[in-house]
Design a protein around this ligand. Structure first.
Ligand SMILES: NC(=O)c1ccc[n+]([C@@H]2O[C@H](COP(=O)([O-])OP(=O)(O)OC[C@H]3O[C@@H](n4cnc5c(N)ncnc54)[C@H](O)[C@@H]3O)[C@@H](O)[C@H]2O)c1
Length: 491
């Protein structure tokens, strides 16, 4: 059987970095080189401060870096030497074929420089996915050397925040490839890499289409569960039910299960939206409009939930946040990662900035530059990118963020937010002091927080307490939850 001794991974990001570090850690006889066009990222992988935060990752990297794990910008050499090339680059959320074309050209240009005699059996596989058919067509058409290259599909299922655990103990490893003898041989060689630590029963092999669609469908099902429970959260707020109680009751049904039933400000991250949109695109392209619109609803519900939360903040703050200071805690798309891609915090910030709110943002792992960069994007700051410098302050201390704030808005479920000194925070804030808990992290503290004097609003539950009277929303101009707030900041 063909044995893989050298692996090259193109893309040293949230997937390529941790995946290859774990492979190197588990397979000491395989040399793994992770390459990237981004020099500063590679420099960081070679330093004490890794470019991404993942619990347990530093230990894994340090156990094999310089031994059989290398990070480099010399892409050509790494491809030339490798038996297997993983492609783990991230297409933009709105996919364009350019990213893949570049990678393919890189592989080809490196390949052409190799004298014929040196060609070994070589595979290309991928940990990422996009529009499957066009991508594989592209790879095949451009390379025209399928005798030499075998293209496998090896979607990665890790979740950020638990990447190392997911990689070391995966629910399954999925490898798809051609049903030809060559394709099967390539699949077996890659299986052998994973068999160093993954039980054989958990390694599934399929044809390429099944593998590609499984990844899209898995992410679509996960996103759908979040949108489903979020839709119920709106109903809970309207009826007096508590979405946590509903989630527990339905999750105890073994046919449904309890995971991914947490109501929140909506899902984020680089994958869910992209993959659901890919599914929608694929269905439309294959003339399945009913299926496409079914999945589109998952995205629409997510956007609705973000807008609904922003509208609630505005409603509760007496129908205006213009010029008001709001402390926004949490900017990453989930806890235990510094990744902000498609984070709901970005969109909630946008809606509040559109209304002229002054945001004081704190996140324990996201850098100030990243927050400013995210909020300055054209789709967020539209006609006035200058407003970010006028309306947004990033702080390195959650208490500082709350100083003289009208409200504290929790957007990410960082554990540390459960342990803040809320008496101290209350004293710093303007009164009435509001807490908007977009992640249900403070449920256990509600009586305590109410005793302190906070007005609490949370997702999927009416928190019963004496409310400060205010003008009913019906009598005031009110933004519609079904549309983005339109009133522009007066800056
Ligand atoms: N993030 C996740 O949780 C996750 C989970 C499973 C799968 N995926 C998929 O894995 C893929 C990678 O995602 P990610 O989160 O690691 O992205 P990322 O943006 O963190 O990393 C991609 C890296 O690729 C580099 N790159 C881009 N084009 C390149 C090129 N032509 N040559 C060399 N380097 C190049 C970029 O500089 C970047 O560092 C995506 O398709 C994503 O959908 C992501």
């Amino acid at each position: 059987m063909f044995q893989i001794k050298k692996i090259c991974c193109i893309g040293a990001g949230y997937v390529g970095g941790p995946t290859c570090s774990v492979i190197a850690n588990m397979c000491p006889e395989i040399t793994v080189t992770v390459v990237d066009v981004n020099e500063s990222r590679i420099k960081a992988w070679n330093s004490d401060t890794l470019p991404i935060y993942e619990p347990g990752l530093k230990e894994v990297v340090e156990s094999c870096r310089g031994r059989n794990l290398f990070f480099s910008t010399d892409i050509d050499s790494a491809i030339r030497d490798a038996d297997l090339v993983f492609i783990s680059v991230s297409p933009s959320v709105n996919p364009s074929p350019m990213g893949w074309g570049r990678v393919v050209r890189l592989i080809l240009s490196s390949s052409r420089r190799v004298p014929d005699g040196l060609w070994r059996y070589r595979m290309v596989t991928r940990l990422s996915q996009r529009r499957a058919p066009s991508r594989f067509e592209l790879l095949r058409n451009e390379t025209l050397i399928s005798v030499v290259l075998q293209v496998l599909s090896n979607p990665e299922f890790l979740a950020e925040g638990t990447a190392v655990r997911d990689l070391k103990e995966p629910d399954r490893v999925l490898i798809g490839g051609d049903e030809t003898a060559e394709g099967q041989r390539a699949i077996r060689a890659l299986c052998a890499v994973y068999e160093h630590w993954v039980p054989k029963a958990r390694i599934i092999t399929t044809n390429t289409w099944s593998s590609e669609l499984s990844k899209l469908a898995a992410n679509a099902f996960l996103a759908q569960r979040i949108s489903s429970i979020n839709s119920i959260s709106a109903l809970c707020e309207a009826t007096g039910a508590d979405v946590e109680e509903v989630a527990k009751a339905i999750g105890m049904d073994q046919r449904i299960g309890s995971k991914f039933l947490k109501a929140s400000v909506g899902f984020g991250g680089s994958c869910f939206q992209k993959d659901v949109l890919n599914l929608v695109y694929l269905c439309e392209a294959l003339n399945l409009p009913e299926v496409a619109s079914y999945w589109q609803q998952v995205i629409d519900m997510n956007e609705y939930q973000r807008r609904r939360f922003a509208c609630r903040i505005i409603d509760c703050l007496f129908n205006t946040v213009t010029g008001k200071k709001l402390a926004l805690l949490g900017f990453s798309f989930k806890k235990d990662t510094g990744d902000t891609r498609e984070s709901s915090s970005i969109y909630i910030s946008k809606y509040l900035m559109d209304e002229g709110a002054k945001l004081f943002i704190y996140d324990p792992k996201v850098l100030k530059e990243q927050i400013i960069h995210d909020l300055s994007q054209p789709n967020i700051s539209e006609d006035n990118p200058e407003r970010v410098s006028e309306l947004v302050t990033v702080t390195s201390d959650p208490y500082e963020a709350c100083q003289s704030a009208h409200a504290l808005v929790i957007c990410t479920e960082w554990d540390m937010f459960k342990e803040l000194d809320y008496e101290k925070i209350y004293k710093k804030m303007l009164k009435p002091a509001f807490i908007f808990d977009g992640r249900r992290v403070l449920d256990h503290l509600h009586p305590h927080l109410q005793n302190i004097g906070f007005q609490i609003e949370t997702i999927g539950k009416k928190v019963i307490a004496t409310r400060i009277p205010y003008t009913p929303a019906a009598a005031c101009p009110r933004i519609a939850a079904s549309e983005p707030p339109t009133k522009k900041a007066k800056v």
